[in-house]
Design a protein around this ligand. Structure first.
Ligand code: FES
Ligand code: FES
Length: 134
């Protein structure tokens, strides 16, 4: 299967690989697994507590090229976004940007789930009620 140039680029030059301290008050952590293939993705956001804007992001992904590219892309996209804007990110936008083929759509869903989980984790840490499921 041919990967798109954007997938290859993010795979070979992944942005924002690494971790923040999970216990840091300004950090939200999302860790999700794909039942279909067993891949695991950890995505973290660092939030400015005054503005609620995401200032930085990190990821670690054990998975295929599309999963790595999806998480790399998401860490770039969420910087400068509010928590709600980040949580509204759709896997279809990721899949479109990376030109993922149908069998790789679940890799982008993993990234959407991971960013939602990270926002959720940050909100839970700060006592915000969980948003109703969309
Ligand atoms: Fe997950 Fe491809 S099946 S790495
Ligand atoms: Fe399973 Fe990509 S995350 S094949």
């Amino acid at each position: 299967m041919a990967y798109s140039d954007k997938v290859i680029d993010h795979y070979e030059n992944p942005r924002n690989v690494g971790s923040f301290d999970k216990g840091d008050e300004s950090v939200g952590t999302g860790m999700v697994g794909a039942p279909a293939c067993g891949d695991v993705m950890k995505l973290q956001i660092k939030v400015n507590p005054d503005t609620g804007v995401i200032e930085d992001a990190r990821f670690k992904t054990y998975g295929c090229g599309s999963a790595i590219a999806s998480s790399s892309l998401v860490t770039e996209w969420v910087k400068g976004k509010t928590l709600d804007e980040a949580a509204a990110l759709k896997n279809s936008e990721i899949a479109e940007e990376l030109a993922l083929p149908p069998v790789k759509i679940h890799c982008s869903i993993l990234a959407e789930d991971a960013i939602k989980a990270a926002v959720q984790d940050y909100k839970a840490k700060h006592g915000a009620a969980a948003p109703a499921a969309a």
